[in-house]
Write a protein that binds this ligand. Structure first.
Ligand SMILES: Nc1ncnc2c1ncn2[C@@H]1O[C@H](COP(=O)(O)OP(=O)(O)OP(=O)(O)O)[C@@H](O)[C@H]1O
Ligand SMILES: [Mg+2]
Length: 401
């Protein structure tokens, strides 16, 4: 018997998307809404570079919650700078690197050189060698580099002097001329714990804090994507409003776009021609799938702390204070036969969990004695996480510390 060609069936199934790629997280829109103030601010800061090239060096830190457009705003700003530089025949390069993917000085410097020169040898050269090649290149080609290090908190502790060394090349190597500006992007200053104190304090001189989007701004952004990514009439404004209101607490646009895409997929799967309020509610009530990779990246001690937070939140609490956490943590360690770690270590584990977006923290006025940190878990179904943690803890397949 000849098997039916299921691929042909799939081709025939009508899709509600006109371009599904516009809902992918890597998608870079040509223009963005509601970040004009930030773009104007950045433009004013960097204008002197175009009017008096090599006259200044900037060190800027951009902060703000998850999914609020920090990366795409800087990407767009890069395009603007490159275009204005080209018009004026200025040799200005804008390079944006994500430290989640390039965590060491050597890999960052190699990426910069590959973009500038191309074909840098991958073996046998140290960070210092890469730095020398970079300095020579900038001087010989009279090239100004604006370097953006995104998700800077992921830079390895041992390489924390990279920014210091990079910005020092202005002072040490090029008398009276500047060849490099630096922009770092982080969720908050605390994520910079890996960097040395001098770098952290110098980065705090010029901080641009991105505010989260309001519900109506999120709606606007969703509408724009719908226009370019979905067939006309597939979703009404009232349904988009529901999506933006469900995700407006965090202001996380990535979450909002994912909810929309999930709703479209759900509707397609059920052969529906329109996305209804019910579809959005249904999709939203399903547990958000947790990227297991993040959990598998954690060390045993970090995982135990995460299990503690889940335990407390499971009992119908939406957030946990540090004191509650410490008390329950000792019990969890007892259960797993582990020695409880010091407060300093716990604080470091909390920063790691934040880094991976596994928890969110807020400061609350809990009593007259002052404010304290509260922790909660974004998006995920806590019972799913608990099951997953147990599986990992029992498998023994863990990074030990
Ligand atoms: N103003 C906007 N207009 C259009 N799309 C936006 C806008 N802001 C955010 N987005 C979209 O939302 C998603 C998240 O944006 P982005 O990656 O820039 O956030 P982020 O602040 O860098 O987040 P993270 O802290 O997790 O790195 C992306 O898919 C982006 O295209
Ligand atoms: Mg980002």
């Amino acid at each position: 018997m000849v098997s039916k060609n299921y691929l042909e069936d799939e081709f025939r199934t009508s899709t509600l998307f006109t371009d599904e790629s516009v809902f992918e997280s890597e998608y870079m829109p040509n223009g963005i809404k509601h970040r004009d103030n930030e773009l104007i601010f950045l433009s004013r800061l960097f204008l002197p570079l175009l009017t008096q090239p090599f006259s200044l060096s900037k060190k800027i830190l951009i902060t703000g919650n998850v999914g609020i457009g920090k990366t795409i705003t800087l990407h767009l700003f890069g395009k603007m700078i490159k275009e204005s530089a080209r018009k004026r025949n200025l040799n200005i390069k804008f390079i944006q690197i994500n430290c989640r993917h390039k965590k060491t000085s050597a890999s960052i410097l190699k990426t910069i050189l590959n973009e500038l020169i191309g074909g840098v040898p991958s073996r046998g050269l140290s960070s210092r060698d890469f730095m020398e090649i970079l300095v020579d290149y900038l001087r010989d080609y009279k090239c100004y580099l604006i370097l953006v290090l995104d998700e800077l908190g992921f830079l390895m502790k041992k390489d924390s002097d990279l920014i210091y060394t990079l910005t020092r090349i202005n002072e040490v190597n090029f008398s009276h001329q500047f060849y490099l500006s630096f922009i770092g992007i982080v969720k908050d200053i605390l994520s910079l714990k890996n960097l040395d104190d001098a770098t952290i304090s110098s980065l705090q001189n010029e901080v641009i804090r991105f505010k989260k989007y309001s519900e109506s701004q999120m709606l606007d952004i969703l509408k724009e994507r719908v226009e370019i990514g979905l067939k006309p009439g597939v979703i009404d404004e009232s349904v988009l409003k529901l999506i933006s209101s469900l995700t407006s607490v965090s202001g996380d646009m990535r979450k909002s776009l994912k909810s929309l895409k999930d709703a479209v997929r759900y509707a397609e799967h059920h052969q529906m021609e329109k996305i209804t309020l019910k579809v959005v509610q249904e999709v939203n009530s399903r547990s958000f799938s947790l990227s297991n990779n993040e959990l598998h990246n954690l060390k045993r001690a970090e995982l135990l702390l995460y299990a503690t937070i889940c335990n407390l939140l499971n009992n119908s609490q939406s957030e946990v204070t540090m004191n509650e956490l410490k008390e329950e943590y000792i019990a969890v360690c007892g259960y797993y036969n582990e020695k409880p770690r010091s407060d300093t270590q716990l604080w470091e584990y909390i920063q790691t969990l934040k880094q991976y977006d596994l928890i969110t923290t807020t400061m609350k006025n809990k009593n007259q004695r002052g404010r304290q940190s509260c922790f909660s878990i974004p998006n995920y179904s806590i019972s799913t996480i608990k099951k997953e943690i147990e599986k990992i803890l029992n498998s023994g397949n863990l990074h030990e510390i």
